[in-house]
Write a protein that binds this ligand. Structure first.
Ligand SMILES: *Cc1c(COP(=O)(O)O)cnc(C)c1O
Length: 458
């Protein structure tokens, strides 16, 4: 039976396969896909899953599998259309970058750059200099460094500034943040002695003060980003801690996200302002790709003496940022310092968009669209911020509820994910929803194509 299997070269000779090369597919890529298809056919025959009728039929099957494989996207990390309404969707890459950030990132990636070069003096420059001043200007901090992400920032601060001493943390703040990142585990790994104070729902100033010994070098506050304790609660603000113990220990505030933009002023969420947090602590850290709306990074800002200690530490080299990320971070921070983040930083703009604006987006999207069997209806929904920020905040929005007669929700969901540019929606109360809070105007064309294809399939 296995004798009937065609050789890779035999498959290569088929006109449709030769045409693939004309269409720009690399020969080595096609060869590998053929090898895979032949091997799959062999396994199917061996395991009895497939009874080959004849040589021609087998060749046809293999060819079809190859063509199907070629029609799929060759890359694994791909653009998708986010119809979930969750602005900082961790699984979908959190923040989309501003066009300026993308431009700077492209330049830094595709050309040589001033990454560590001082143009003025024609000698070695500093990698950190591109963002430090902007971070200081935007946050009011004396000094700053940026590392790969905020998880790295937390580890770095603890390791370099507190290990092997005691660090006090409230029991109510020992959080686990998605992807099994546990504050307690990170603390242990950094070599500090974690001293829990207070209880899950209540921690008082005296709980901290009574636990300070000569071995205590830091009090860490952790923003409980992804959950909210409500009801009978008490916690101590960094400002109060600094006032009471700031001369004896370092006050470190891990903000998680924090924000440079005052969303609260628009009635959205309770996210602490980074500028305020910097005033009330010795050192703070926050993410680059949460509410900041920039690239993945962790920003550490605060007292110059502490930041200098970080800069001199070996870990600074281990955790340093890549040039493309630095370029995007610089452009994002520049927007906060000198531009209009509410208009130009996609994450900020999308969070601020009013339900009316979103409804208008859908109406404009639907203009000129005519479906045969597909039903699309505008319905009110609520969007989430995501990225572990503002856990209890829901913002009113509108979605396109899509229905295809005779097709179940899960199947419809799968069909959308198979579109040329995959569309990720949300199923709620037996409706397939595309929340336009997270659908950009650049997404309209491919999204319309996806809807038309679905309409044509039925
Ligand atoms: C999200 C978060 C982190 C981790 O930040 P990343 O940038 O995702 O690494 C750390 N601490 C808190 C409180 C967070 O919310």
């Amino acid at each position: 039976m296995l004798r009937l299997l065609p050789s890779v070269n035999r498959v290569m000779e088929e006109p449709e396969v030769l045409a693939l090369e004309q269409a720009g597919f690399k020969r080595s890529y096609v060869t590998e896909l053929i090898q895979q298809a032949v091997s799959n056919a062999r396994t199917s025959i061996q395991t009895g899953k497939k009874a080959p009728s004849d040589k021609t039929a087998l060749l046809e099957d293999i060819k079809q599998e190859l063509l199907d494989a070629c029609s799929r996207h060759p890359f694994s990390l791909r653009r998708v259309i986010n119809g979930t309404g969750t602005v900082l969707h961790t699984n979908l890459g959190r923040a989309r970058l501003s066009p300026a950030a993308v431009r700077q990132m492209n330049e830094a990636a595709g050309f040589y750059s001033t990454l560590e070069y001082d143009l003025e003096h024609g000698k070695r420059g500093s990698r950190g200099s591109h963002v430090e001043e902007l971070i200081c200007k935007a946050t009011g901090a004396e000094a700053a460094v940026a590392v790969n992400n905020n998880a790295a920032a937390v580890f770095f601060v603890l390791k370099a500034l507190a290990s092997p001493d005691d660090v006090l943390v409230s029991r109510g703040e020992l959080v686990e943040i998605g992807g099994s990142f546990r504050v307690s585990s990170i603390m242990e790994m950094s070599g500090v002695q974690l001293k829990e104070v207070g209880t899950t729902n209540k921690t008082h100033l005296s709980d901290y003060l009574d636990s300070i010994t000569e071995n205590t070098s830091m009090i860490m506050k952790v923003h409980t980003s992804n959950f909210a304790i409500q009801g009978f609660t008490a916690s101590v603000t960094p400002a109060v801690l600094k006032e009471a113990a700031g001369d004896r220990v370092i006050i470190y505030d891990d903000l998680g996200s924090g924000s440079l933009y005052d969303f609260h002023q628009h009635g959205i969420g309770e996210e602490p302002l980074i500028r305020t947090a910097v005033k009330n602590a010795d050192i703070v850290s926050f993410s680059g790709d949460k509410l900041l709306g920039g690239p993945q990074a962790g920003v550490i800002a605060g007292k110059k003496k502490l930041i200098d200690q970080l800069r001199r530490h070996q870990l600074a080299r281990v955790l340093r940022l890549d040039k493309a990320t630095l370029a995007a971070l610089e452009a994002t921070l520049f927007e906060y310092c000198y531009g209009s983040p509410a208009e130009n930083i996609p994450a900020v703009r999308d969070i601020l968009a009013t339900p009316e604006e979103i409804k208008a987006r859908i109406i404009s999207f639907l203009e000129n669209s005519l479906f045969r069997s597909l039903k699309a209806e505008i319905v009110p929904v609520t969007s989430r911020i995501g990225g572990g920020t503002m856990p209890v905040t829901e913002i009113d929005s509108y979605a396109l509820s899509v229905h295809l007669p005779g097709v179940e929700m899960n199947e419809l969901d799968r069909m959308f994910r198979r579109a040329d540019i995959p569309v990720v929606g949300r199923i709620s109360q037996d409706q397939f929803l595309l929340d336009f809070r997270t659908v950009a105007s650049e997404d309209y064309e491919p999204l319309a194509a996806a809807l038309e294809n679905l309409d044509a399939e039925k």
